[in-house]
Design a protein around this ligand. Structure first.
Ligand SMILES: N[C@@H]1[C@@H](O)[C@H](O)[C@@H](COP(=O)(O)O)O[C@@H]1O
Length: 261
């Protein structure tokens, strides 16, 4: 696992966006896994600016969702499908057929989960998966004690996650669904490159447990330690509880420039 400490969220967004742009230059139809929440927005802003400036051609680029709420009406603005269309698909100018996600409104949720795992495989797998992190260490919607081998499936949100996400639902926790579909941790680990961005002091404890703690399902993001190519990008505040911060700064400062993230 590589840990990169950046001065602020904007710098993190720029660094990751450049890595995605480099991927699409090398592999124009690469499949980018996108995450929702506030944290990845600087990545999408930086990527959109690159596309607008003609620095990367996204005419064959593909994106896919990490997770989705269950039971929101189709087209609900806070469904993750609508969110990804608004924050990524439209700003990048991608067509509707370049985007896949699980069906959160399916009558048979289990079948929808299995279908999504199959869709990811037939798409050739995820090339780069962007991840955020919950305050409890969740990735996607894999709450603490999710199996590290889990596949895409239905999960029940913790009260804390519903409280955290109520800000997207008029600060009304009653409107936050209890159930979600999320790529499993086993599914996420199949992506070729995992890039987790965490910013702000509220994430510092979860980041320290992810990077320096034991691999344990109680901190789902610690599964990144099992991946051969995982990058954790953190701002100073989110890095504030890392004991090895000095080492991470030193290794990144001395990294061969050709290597990229
Ligand atoms: N399912 C999403 C996660 O993918 C995201 O990482 C997390 C943190 O969101 P934020 O970046 O807004 O803190 O929120 C939700 O739970």
């Amino acid at each position: 696992m590589e840990v990169v400490i950046v001065p602020d969220a904007k710098a993190g967004g720029e660094l990751i966006a450049e890595s995605i742009a480099a991927l699409w230059r090398r592999k124009p139809d690469a499949l980018l896994g996108v995450a929702t929440g506030s944290t990845p927005l600087p990545i999408y802003d930086a990527l959109t600016a690159k596309v607008a400036a003609g620095a990367v051609d996204v005419s064959r680029a593909r994106v896919c969702q990490l997770d989705e709420y269950v039971g929101l009406p189709v087209g609900h603005p806070e469904s993750y499908r609508a969110t990804v269309i608004r924050q990524v698909v439209e700003p990048l100018g991608l067509g509707a057929d370049s985007f896949i996600g699980p069906d959160g409104s399916a009558a048979d949720v289990q079948a929808a989960c299995e279908a999504y795992d199959r869709a990811l495989s037939s798409a050739g797998g995820v090339d780069l998966q962007i991840l955020g992190i919950g305050t409890d260490g969740h990735i996607g919607f894999n709450e603490p004690c999710s199996s590290l081998a889990s596949r895409t499936r239905i999960k029940t949100l913790t009260e804390q996650t519903r409280v955290d996400n109520a800000r997207f639902f008029d600060d009304d926790i009653e409107q936050v669904p209890h159930h979600v579909i999320t790529q499993g941790i086993g599914t996420i680990l199949e992506a070729r490159h995992l890039v987790l961005l965490a910013t702000g002091e509220g994430k510092a404890e979860a980041v320290a447990a992810t990077v320096e703690g034991p691999v344990a399902s109680v901190v789902p993001a610690s599964a990144l330690q099992l991946h051969p190519h995982a990058t954790v990008v953190v701002d100073e505040a989110a890095a504030s509880k890392l004991k090895l911060a000095h080492y991470f700064r030193h290794t990144y400062a001395n990294k061969p420039t050709w290597q990229g993230l």
